[in-house]
Design a protein around this ligand. Sequence first.
Ligand SMILES: [Zn+2]
Length: 102
Amino acid sequence: MKIKTGDTVVVISGNNKDKKGKVLSVIPKENRVVVENVNMLTKHEKPQGPNKPGGIVKMEGPINISKVMYFCEKCNKGTRVGFKVENGSKVRVCKKCGVELK
Ligand SMILES: [Zn+2]
């Protein structure tokens, strides 16, 4: 996967266009990602005993991975991710500026 948990991405299409956030999780099977503060869903939870009073819970909904781009700090915008092999291991790089992505 080009996008990993913890990456900063920018949304490039849809209702959340231009929103930037951290990837909270990646769902490779569905080609979807969950991004911090993007695609917020409101969920009404029923009370489940004295310790869980219920109420309105806000949480991020997954969005298609094709709607996000890796946000390169150096380029200060969304860029494509490439790969290069260094010392026998594959590392991710920004296709624009070539900086190695952690
Ligand atoms: Zn870059």
